[in-house]
Design a binder for this molecule. Structure first.
Ligand SMILES: Cc1cc2nc3c(=O)[nH]c(=O)nc-3n(C[C@H](O)[C@H](O)[C@H](O)COP(=O)(O)OP(=O)(O)OC[C@H]3O[C@@H](n4cnc5c(N)ncnc54)[C@H](O)[C@@H]3O)c2cc1C
Length: 278
């Protein structure tokens, strides 16, 4: 039997020093998905494991006028009363994720770095333009959350980097449309979330994002641009041209079943026409 060496760093600096020394270091946060990411029936452990739960910097939440920033080791339950989860539709997705006991242990970093698929909070954070801060022996990098996908719409995670913070611009999102489809989200079902975030300012749509994520992640930047700055309420022409763009991009990518998602996108646009501010 192989024995692994387990490290419990107390600071990010200490963690990075361990990463520099140990080439195949397995990072573990809440360890709630550990058994599910194994490829074989038998548990396999890297020779070196670092538990990041005891790093205080990774458990803080900062808020400025423009941003909220979560440490990657914040437990999912720690996020319940902060933006964006203080908004009802976002809180409902958070509360539908596992159960309270798991959410006390599972971290937001582990949720985003699950390598098999995109978990429940991913599309919401993608709609809010979340930025991820990574650190490693070669330095710090900050990337949009979309950077975690490849051109096939599948998760694409960098090795030898630790996710340290998740930053979300504090903007007034006044409409959130969220629908769940399929069965299981975790560990590897066909479940997915469609999330639409939008803001209306002075009779025009100033912000619009639509993300579908589950086994793959989908977004159509051109359709988002077409709708952003359009007059509000949407004209029939814009409504139909945006729907056509989504129909074409869903057809082109083949990531998601068009017959299921096109009516939902149409519903999201109709909802935008009539719903009241959050
Ligand atoms: C019973 C149960 C039910 C669940 N139900 C749902 C559900 O309904 N919907 C849903 O979306 N999810 C569900 N989950 C999944 C849950 O959200 C994830 O297991 C959890 O968020 C992972 O967080 P963790 O801290 O435990 O990560 P870990 O299991 O510790 O790590 C997960 C992966 O991320 C890597 N990692 C962790 N932190 C970092 C970091 N900071 N930087 C780089 N890599 C990192 C690890 O190396 C590992 O590969 C469920 C889980 C369980 C156990």
């Amino acid at each position: 039997m192989n024995l692994s060496e387990i490290y419990y760093p107390r600071s990010i600096q200490e963690l990075i020093a361990i990463m520099a020394r140990q080439k195949n270091l397995q990072i573990v946060a809440g360890a709630t998905s550990f058994g599910y990411i194994q490829d074989t029936r038998y548990l396999f452990f890297e020779p070196s494991i670092a538990s990041i739960r005891n790093i205080p910097e990774l458990k803080t939440i900062h808020k400025t006028e423009r941003m909220i920033s979560f440490g990657a080791a914040c437990a999912l339950n720690d996020l319940e009363s902060v933006y964006p989860f203080e908004k009802k539709p976002a809180r409902e997705v958070l509360r539908a994720t596992a159960n309270s006991t798991v959410r006390n242990i599972a971290t937001i970093g582990g949720h985003l770095m699950y390598q098999k698929r995109f978990l429940a909070l991913w599309p919401l954070l993608a709609c809010l333009d979340a930025e991820l801060e990574f650190k490693g022996p070669s330095g710090t990098s900050i990337k949009n959350i979309w950077y975690l996908t490849n051109e096939e719409g599948l998760p694409s995670l960098e090795s030898r980097r630790v996710l340290t913070r998740i930053r979300i611009p504090l903007q007034s999102i006044d409409r959130l449309f969220i629908r769940r489809t399929g069965a299981e989200i975790f560990p590897n079902g066909d479940g997915a979330y469609l999330v639409v975030a939008s803001t209306i300012e002075r009779n025009s749509i100033s912000y619009f994002r639509l993300v579908i994520a589950g086994q793959r992640a989908f977004r159509d930047y051109d359709a988002e641009q077409r709708i952003t700055s359009s007059p509000y309420p949407l004209t029939e022409r814009v409504f139909h041209s945006v729907l056509k763009m989504y129909s074409e991009s869903l057809h082109r990518t083949k990531f998601w079943n068009m017959e299921l998602f096109l009516p939902l996108i149409s519903q999201a646009l109709e909802d935008l026409q009539r719903s009241s501010v959050l």
